[in-house]
Design a protein around this ligand. Structure first.
Ligand code: UD1
Ligand code: CA
Length: 457
C-alpha cells in the first residue's frame, strides 16, 4: 500500500559559493543534477505529490525538471525555509504527511526516509537528526528530559545551546493536518529575519505533538553541497559507494578508486573492470565480460564473454557475446554486433549491424552499413555513406571479403561471398562469389631514372 505522503523539495537558494551562473541544484553529481538525485529518491517512495520550490536562476530549474508529475512552485522572494514550505501548501493534501527534502542534499537514501516516515505516521513530527563532532553552522536539537523541545539556529543560539552536538539535518516529516497552521504562525523575529521551518518544532511541542527522531545510517546521506569542493567530495563518496556495491556483487575492480558510474551499471558474474573506466546511463555487462583500462561505455549492453580492450568508446550500442572490441575502437549510436565479432584498433562504426563472426580489424570507417556473417573487412576500408546531403546504406552480404583500402560508395551492395580487390573504389553492386576490383593497371617504365640534385663543380 503506498504511503499517503507528499514531498516538498527546497531548491530556491542561490548557492553563491558555487561561483557559477547555474542554479546550485542543477550542478551535476555522477552525471545527474543534484535536484534529479532528490527527485529520483523521492519517486521510489511513491508520493502522491512532489513539489519543488525554486527561486534563483529564472526558469532554468523548471525547464531542467520538465516532468509532468512534479509541481514546480516559485518562491519569490526567498524569506526562509518555513516561507519556502508554505508556498507548497496549496498543493498538499490535508490527510497526508509531508516529507521535506533539500535539493542540494543528493545522497539521502530511501531506506532512511522510510524509517523517518514510519515515525511520523502515528501523527508525530519526525526529525532526521545527527550527532556531529563539529556541529558548526547547523541548527541544534534542544532536549529536556530526553524529549525534543525545539530547534535553535546557530546564529540565535546561546553558548550552552551551541555546545549541543545533536543537529538538525533539515529533513523532516510532518502531518499536513498541523502543517499549514504552524507555518502561518511562524515569525521572523530572529537574527536572520527569516521564517524558519525549524520553529514549527516548538509550536508542535506547545500543542502536545510528539517529536520523534531518526538518525541516518551514514553521515554522508545528509551532506549538502554549497561549494565545488563539497560537490567533488560528495562525488567521491558516491563513487566509493557504487564501487563497494559492485565488489559485493562479485565484480572485479582492479582499483575501486578508479571507476566512475554515472547511471546504472548492472553486471553478470565474473565481470572484470580495469582502471579509469566510465559508465554512463544504463550499461549492462553480461557474464565474464572484461573491460580494459580507460574505456567509456554509454548506454551500452554487452553480452557474455566479450572483451573490450583499452581506450575504447562505445555509445548506444548492443554488443553480442564473445566479441573482441578494440583497443582504440569507437562504436557510435545505432550499432549492433552479433556474437563473436572482432572490431580492432582505430575502427569507427556508426549505425551499422555486423553479423556473426565478422571481422573489421584495422583502421576502418563503417557507417550506415548492414554487414552479414563471416565477412572480413580489410584495413583502411571506408563506407562513403554521405553525399553531402543524404546518408546511404552499404550492404555487405555473408562471407564477403573486402580487400584493404577499399572505398564503398553507398548506396551499394557487395554480394554473398564476393571478393573486392584491395584499393578499389566500388560504386556499383558487385555480384556474389566473384572478384570485383577497380584499380588502374600496374605498369613498369623500363630504364626510368630518378632526378638527381646538381652538384657544385
Ligand atoms: C537549515 C536549517 C538548519 C539545518 C540546516 C541543515 C532552517 C531555518 N535551518 O539551515 O536547522 O541544520 O539547514 O543544512 O531551516 N531554501 C529555500 N528557500 C528559502 C531558504 C532556503 O528554498 O527561502 C532552501 C535552500 O535552497 C536549501 C535549504 O532550503 O536547499 C536550506 O537552506 P539554507 O539557507 O542552506 O539553511 P541553513 O541555514 O543551512
Ligand atoms: Ca545549508
Amino acid at each position: 500500500m503506498p504511503l499517503p505522503i507528499d514531498i516538498v523539495i527546497l531548491a530556491a537558494g542561490k548557492g553563491s559559493r558555487m561561483n557559477s551562473d547555474r542554479p546550485k541544484v542543477l550542478h551535476e553529481l555522477a552525471g545527474r543534477s543534484l535536484l534529479q538525485h532528490a527527485l529520483n529518491t523521492s519517486r521510489t517512495l511513491d508520493p502522491a505529490k512532489i513539489c519543488v520550490i525554486y527561486g534563483h536562476g529564472g526558469d532554468a530549474v523548471p525547464r531542467a525538471v520538465a516532468q509532468a508529475e512534479v509541481q514546480m512552485v516559485l518562491q519569490e522572494p526567498q524569506l526562509g525555509t518555513g516561507h519556502a514550505v508554505r508556498q507548497a501548501m496549496p498543493y498538499l493534501n490535508a490527510d497526508h504527511v509531508t516529507l521535506v527534502l533539500y535539493g542540494d542534499v543528493p545522497l539521502i537514501r530511501a531506506e532512511t526516509l522510510l524509517s523517518l516516515l514510519q515515525m511520523a505516521l502515528p501523527g508525530n513530527v519526525a526529525l532526521l537528526t545527527m550527532v556531529m563532532n563539529e556541529p558548526k553552522g547547523y541548527g541544534r536539537i534542544v532536549r529536556k528530559n530526553g524529549k525534543v523541545m525545539s530547534i535553535v539556529e546557530e546564529k540565535d543560539a546561546t553558548p550552552d545551546e551551541r555546545a549541543i552536538h545533536e543537529v538538525n539535518t533539515g529533513i523532516m516529516a510532518v502531518p499536513n493536518q498541523y502543517l499549514s497552521a504552524w507555518l502561518a504562525a511562524l515569525k521572523n523575529d530572529n537574527s536572520q529575519g527569516e521564517y524558519y521551518l525549524t520553529d514549527i518544532i516548538a509550536l508542535a511541542v506547545g500543542q502536545g505533538v510528539e517529536i520523534a527522531t531518526v538518525q541516518p545510517a551514514h553521515h554522508w546521506e545528509v551532506l549538502g553541497v554549497n561549494s565545488k569542493s563539497q560537490l567533488a567530495h560528495l562525488e567521491r563518496l558516491y563513487q566509493h559507494e557504487q564501487a563497494q556495491n559492485l565488489l559485493e556483487q562479485g565484480v572485479t575492480l582492479i582499483d575501486p578508486k578508479r571507476i566512475d558510474v554515472r547511471g546504472e551499471l548492472s553486471c553478470g558474474r565474473d565481470v572484470q573492470i580495469d582502471v579509469n573506466c566510465v559508465f554512463e546511463g544504463h550499461v549492462v555487462l553480461g557474464n565474464g565480460v572484461r573491460v580494459g583500462a580507460n574505456c567509456v561505455l554509454r548506454e551500452v549492453a554487452v553480452a557474455a564473454g566479450t572483451r573490450i580492450e583499452p581506450f575504447s568508446l562505445l555509445e548506444q550500442a548492443e554488443i553480442g557475446a564473445d566479441c573482441r572490441i578494440g583497443p582504440y575502437a569507437r562504436i557510435r549510436p545505432g550499432t549492433r554486433l552479433a556474437d563473436e565479432v572482432h572490431i580492432g584498433n582505430f575502427v569507427e562504426l556508426k549505425n551499422s549491424q555486423v553479423g556473426y563472426n565478422s571481422k573489421i580489424n584495422h583502421l576502418s570507417y563503417v557507417g550506415d552499413a548492414t554487414v552479414g556473417a563471416k565477412v572480413n573487412i580489410g584495413a583502411g576500408t571506408i563506407t562513403c555513406n554521405y553525399d553531402g546531403a543524404n546518408k546511404h546504406r552499404t550492404v555487405i552480404e555473408d562471407e564477403a571479403f573486402i580487400g584493404s583500402n577499399t572505398q564503398l560508395v553507398a548506396p551499394v551492395t557487395v554480394g554473398k561471398g564476393a571478393t573486392i580487390g584491395a584499393g578499389s573504389t566500388i560504386t556499383k553492386d558487385t555480384p556474389s562469389g566473384e572478384l570485383s576490383l577497380s584499380r588502374a593497371r600496374q605498369i613498369t617504365i623500363a630504364g626510368w631514372k630518378r632526378p638527381v640534385k646538381k652538384t657544385r663543380e
